[in-house]
Design a protein around this ligand. Structure first.
Ligand SMILES: [Zn+2]
Length: 194
């Protein structure tokens, strides 16, 4: 950031008293502007042995498939965000949400949450951010056209957990290696998603 959003003066990066890292501090009013990770909330809408995927109508990853999701808004809970995003992107209604996977996406300062959910009915259609919305069985998932590694990981784990209907919370860290490749370090995913 360049300007203070309280008074409009310039900010400088410096370490405030009693802090341990650089912050954007206003050169006029002294306000300290904290930048913290953002939360992305997604749903994994399930119907019988199928999952609902959206083909992206926006960049990045235009034309690739993903689970419905987006930035959490102020004034809502994480599950409300998942329900809202699912409605916006797929005109679909979900309930019975259970937190299923969590990714600390460290290199872009985000936390991604995926809620497993029951798709209430087959009344869904593409929202403005989707080209197409469809249900997929395990063998029908377009694995080479999935938009994001965390989505692919969550889907793979889901279809492994599905036969036993046992869905423990899965945790992973995502970061860049020294060649700037995105690496997923699973804490308790049962498949190799590195
Ligand atoms: Zn200021």
């Amino acid at each position: 950031m360049k300007y203070c959003n309280l008074c409009g003066h310039t900010v400088s990066l410096r370490i405030p008293v009693s802090d341990d890292r650089e912050r954007h501090v206003c050169n006029s009013c002294g306000e300290v502007h904290y930048l913290n990770p953002r939360i992305i909330v997604c749903s994994l809408p399930c119907y019988e042995d199928k999952v609902l995927l959206c083909k992206r109508a926006i960049e990045p990853r235009y034309g690739l498939w993903t689970l419905p999701g987006g930035f959490m808004e102020n004034g809502e809970s994480t599950s409300q965000a998942a329900i809202r995003e699912t409605h916006e992107e797929a005109n679909a209604h979900i309930d019975a949400l259970e937190l299923y996977s969590l990714f600390n996406v460290i290199h872009i300062n985000q936390v991604h949450l995926f809620f497993r959910a029951r798709l209430q009915n087959l009344d869904f259609s593409a929202g403005t951010e989707s080209l197409e919305v469809a249900l997929f069985k395990h063998e029908e998932v377009p694995w080479d056209k999935i938009a994001f590694p965390a989505v692919a990981s969550t889907l793979q784990q889901y279809f492994l957990d599905l036969p036993d209907s046992h869905f423990p919370l899965r945790l992973a860290d995502v970061n860049l290696d020294k060649n700037n490749n995105r690496i997923i370090k699973p804490h308790n995913f049962s498949h190799d998603n590195s």
